[in-house]
Design a protein around this ligand. Structure first.
Ligand SMILES: Nc1ncnc2c1ncn2[C@@H]1O[C@H](COP(=O)(O)OP(=O)(O)OP(=O)(O)O)[C@@H](O)[C@H]1O
Ligand SMILES: [Mg+2]
Length: 239
């Protein structure tokens, strides 16, 4: 990876181009600014994320942050516009192409964690490594869980983990493959101040150590202030 990270130093890791997202919503028919019967969640959003930077996405609840993050990861499809990751238009790829891109480039932390209920903590973290055929999946997963303070919860299933513990497993799962691009939705939303600080430090450490790009959604102004850049969205638009 040193080659690509060197050559991409001046290049945007992510380009968001005229991105709009609308969903069908009968209740919005009379009032929506966009087309009748549709709710506009994102409206013509444009910005670039430099490779290696840290970017905070902030905005009120319901402003469209999670929708935007899901689109950046190609987990959802836009109504208009596109997202380029390292120059590749991810919506010109088919579903398999996007899945391959996620597997190799992306770590994603969902606001709702999305752990697999039939796998225990260490198995959840091993999964992305196993998908890559990593021979040391268990060792790496255990070490990453240790870094988020969960060495004593390796065999716990998600339903027996607290919200903050589930969040840390989700973080470990996103970090463990050392992705060049890490997207995290409210990564400290369920954590107490001390654990949240440890997780934030870990994310910034990984960003520094590996030159990875970090995009996080946060409501915490002190976390946003520690990022090199911030974008604010209000009612689906960048402000
Ligand atoms: N599939 C959908 N169908 C209808 N409305 C949706 C859909 N997805 C999102 N929305 C609406 O779009 C708006 C933006 O949602 P989103 O989850 O992106 O907000 P958010 O900024 O992440 O909020 P929070 O800070 O509370 O997590 C919300 O009002 C939500 O109800
Ligand atoms: Mg959200």
């Amino acid at each position: 990876m040193p080659d690509s990270s060197v050559s991409s130093a001046a290049v945007a890791a992510i380009e968001v181009v005229h991105l709009s997202k609308r969903v069908a919503d009968a209740a919005a028919a009379a009032t929506a600014v966009s087309k009748a019967g549709e709710l506009a969640i994102l409206r013509d959003v444009n910005f670039n994320v430099r490779a290696g930077t840290t970017l905070a996405i902030v905005g009120a609840s319901g402003s469209g942050k999670s929708t935007l993050l899901g689109l950046l990861a190609g987990l959802d499809t836009p109504s208009e516009g596109t997202v380029r990751i390292d120059g590749v238009d991810i919506f010109a790829l088919d579903e398999d192409g996007r899945a391959a891109l996620r597997k190799h480039k992306l770590g994603f932390v969902f606001q709702s964690f999305q752990l697999l209920g039939h796998l225990n903590a260490v198995e959840n973290v091993m999964l992305p490594l196993e998908l890559r055929g990593d021979a040391d999946a268990r060792g790496k997963a255990e070490r990453m869980l240790a870094r988020v303070g969960l060495s004593s919860r390796l065999k716990h299933y998600p339903k027996y983990l607290s919200g903050g513990e589930q969040q840390r497993v989700a973080l470990a799962r996103a970090f463990v493959t050392e992705p060049p691009l890490l997207l995290a939705d409210e990564p400290t939303g369920s954590l107490d101040a001390a654990t949240g600080e440890a997780v934030i430090q870990l994310m910034f450490e990984l960003n520094k150590e590996r030159g990875s790009t970090l995009v996080l959604v946060t409501h915490d102004p002190s976390i946003a202030a520690r990022c090199a850049e911030t974008v604010t969205i209000a009612a689906g638009r960048l402000v």
